[in-house]
Ligand binder design. Structure first.
Ligand code: SF4
Length: 345
């Protein structure tokens, strides 16, 4: 008989599971505290549970925690993990040591369908969706690693491999577990979902009215160029995507971040900056310029620093909020998907 995955259960679900075994429902709170906050890796470590219960649990339930099969550490202390999944697949999870607090980048699918030309994650194609429990297990892996050295996870982004909104039901279930006080108990103000721009799903997410931060991977200021860089734009062009983002900002009160990866001689010219400013003027928007982490197989190059600065300068002059993301992990397989591709092919 296959074991039940505890991370896949709601708090209520865990209580009934325990009740069915003749246990007191308050044991659920103890188990959840161990799994989500006290860094336990096994039933044996949950020392305030009776020994007999620990034995029954080890026979009938799986903690759902995942473990890394590989780790790379950058000189700037970025840590990239290849996380092994139960079916032999693997995804990347990254710990990002920003000055304002430690963040993490979490994957939502194995591979991706979206085919963005600058992305290593999409190179193997789409393999499968991650479950809400597998997404949470990555967050806990990071939390536990940080706990071991007295650090805290301040925020995280759903921006690893995969398009989160293409795995919508699992994401909504996962966000419920993030907000649940008995489980992760973290405000969605510290969580960012990054999408390539699935406009109808952005509207669904807006309808939930939760204070989740939305980041849209924009990367081009017009449809012709965006069609080339991101095939998803052919299904949901800018005139559909931007109103959906406006609706998101209106419903949630959260400013939308537009991510723009600067690619040399492709989308980094002054005219592109001017077009981008015109597109975002009068919108509740913030632009995050992202220096590209080169992927040799893709044949694309990062824009030189002076071009990045000029691009940012034009946006600032046009009164658009803009930041340039600090480049982390440049000396390891930094681009999302690279570590997995290099190891698993
Ligand atoms: S950038 Fe995101 S949406 Fe695009 S192919 Fe990569 S993982 Fe998929």
């Amino acid at each position: 008989m296959s074991k039940i995955n505890i991370l896949a259960l709601s708090t209520e679900g865990l209580r009934s599971f325990l009740e069915q075994m003749g246990e007191k429902p308050y044991r659920a709170e103890q188990i959840l505290a161990w799994l989500y906050h006290k860094g336990a890796q096994s039933w044996e470590e949950m020392t305030d549970l009776p020994k007999a219960l620990r034995k029954i649990l080890s026979e009938s339930a799986d903690t759902g925690l995942l473990h890394p099969s590989r780790k790379q550490t950058s000189t700037d202390k970025t840590e990239k993990y290849l996380v092994a999944l139960a079916d032999g697949q693997a995804v990347e999870t990254v710990i990002l040591p920003y000055d304002i607090g430690t963040s993490a980048c979490i994957s939502t699918q194995v591979g991706c369908k979206m085919g963005c030309v600058f992305c290593a994650s999409g190179m193997p194609g789409f393999i499968r969706n991650l479950s809400a429990a597998e997404i949470m297990a990555q967050v806990l892996l990071v939390k536990n690693r940080l706990l071991q050295c007295g650090r805290e996870l301040k925020s995280f982004v759903l921006m690893g491999s995969g398009e989160p909104l293409d795995n919508y039901e699992a994401i909504v279930e996962f966000l419920g577990a993030v907000q649940d006080r008995e489980r992760l108990g973290m405000s969605l103000r510290h969580v960012t979902l990054s999408t390539s721009g699935l406009a109808p799903k952005i509207l669904s997410l807006a309808g939930l009215g939760r204070p989740l931060n939305l980041a849209v991977s924009l990367n081009a200021p017009n449809n012709a160029l965006r069609d080339r860089l991101m095939p998803v734009n052919r299904a949901y062009p800018l005139e559909q995507l931007l109103p959906a983002c406006d609706e998101y900002a209106k419903k949630t009160g959260r400013r939308v971040t537009y991510e723009y990866i600067l690619l040399q001689n492709l989308n980094d010219q002054a005219e592109h900056a001017m077009q981008l400013a015109a597109l975002l003027m009068n919108r509740l928007a913030h632009v995050n310029l992202i220096p590209f982490n080169a992927v040799p197989e893709l044949g694309l190059k990062p824009s030189p620093r002076n071009v990045v600065n000029e691009f940012a300068g034009i946006l600032k002059k046009k009164m658009i909020n803009v930041t340039v993301r600090r480049r982390l992990g440049a000396d390891i397989d930094a681009a999302c998907g690279q570590l997995r591709n290099n190891l698993l092919g």
